[in-house]
Design a protein. Structure first.
Length: 319
């Protein structure tokens, strides 16, 4: 049910954005751009942004075409500023990071604004965030905390903040670095890894790829593991960051709320209904992971957990 609702939201958003983008471009004067910013846009009408293979439903590829929430949001923000976006598809996450370091890419469209990345990127405000999850095989005994991953083989996407976190907080873990989220999930499924640590969005991949042999055993809202995503602009173009931020600021909260499809309270209530109506733990946890995603800066995913009975919350050992 959660995936069906999500597909409906994506279709609605795509139609809405296709209709609104031309009008937004004509309204760029609303942004109060400076003379320098206008000159920069005139000299650089097309910007290059990254497009991932499988970060569904936010940034992924279908038949070679960029798709997802982050893609549509980037298109909306760029169009409002009078910019066009050329997407680069194919490289791994780590390769994209190397490209923006080398200024071969203008924007990373969903990237965590970590202090160590400020040396080569300028960040906008965060526009969505979500918790992280641990995924295991259904038949395996569930881990109850992140420290249980010590001395275990854990798959993480190379270059993701989960890699840094594990190296710092659980150094005894044996990390298997993968190219993308789907590769990490398959590493767990085929036994090359005992668990995967990633953002809660991997539940979408589990559902879409019918990975019924996997389960989510731990959901963590630890601040260091929240997937906080912003636009990251190459270091040589701070003015582009300012342009994009002005376009983001122009979007009203009412417009931003369309990305979640529901108000926070409505999302919690709907997710609670999904929880009680689902028949398997795998489905329940997948729905919970989606429900705990928030697209409003500053919103608290814990609101959803508070809506569940205490005995249900305890089963997933939130950290």
């Amino acid at each position: 049910m959660a995936v069906i609702r999500l597909k409906i939201y994506l279709s609605f958003l795509l139609i809405t954005l296709q209709l609104s983008a031309p009008l937004a471009a004509a309204q760029s004067a609303d942004l109060a751009l400076t003379a320098d910013e206008l000159r920069w846009i005139e000299a650089h009408p097309v910007i290059r942004a990254h497009n991932e293979a499988d970060y569904a439903p936010f940034n992924f590829t279908v038949d070679g075409e960029p798709r997802g929430f982050a893609i549509d949001y980037m298109n909306l923000v760029a169009a409002k500023a009078g910019l066009r976006v050329e997407y680069v598809t194919g490289p791994s996450w780590q390769e994209f990071m190397d490209m923006i370091r080398a200024e071969e890419l203008d924007v990373m469209i969903n990237v965590a604004p970590l202090p160590e990345r400020e040396a080569f990127m300028h960040f906008t405000d965060v526009y969505f965030q979500s918790p992280s999850v641990v995924v295991q095989r259904v038949a395996d005994e569930s881990f109850s905390s992140l420290q249980d991953l010590a001395r275990r083989r854990v798959a993480v996407v190379e270059g993701y903040y989960h890699q840094d976190y594990m190296g710092r907080e659980v150094p005894a873990a044996d990390l298997l670095l993968t190219e993308d989220n789907l590769a990490a999930l398959f590493a767990v499924l085929d036994g090359r890894a005992e668990a995967m640590l990633g953002s809660s969005h991997v539940t979408y991949l589990m559902s879409e790829n019918s990975l019924t042999g996997l389960k989510v055993t731990l959901v963590t809202n630890a601040p260091e593991l929240k997937s906080t995503n912003a636009l990251g602009v190459r270091s040589g173009a701070p003015i582009l960051r300012d342009i994009l931020q002005k376009s983001m600021d122009w979007q009203s909260w009412r417009k931003r709320r369309r990305w979640s499809g529901m108000r926070s309270r409505t999302c919690a209530n709907a997710a609670s209904r999904w929880y009680h109506s689902s028949r398997t733990s795998r489905t329940r946890i997948a729905n919970i992971s989606w429900a705990s995603t928030t697209l409003r800066p500053g919103a608290r995913p814990e609101r959803f957990w508070a809506a569940l009975p205490a005995d249900k919350r305890a089963r997933w050992s939130l950290s």
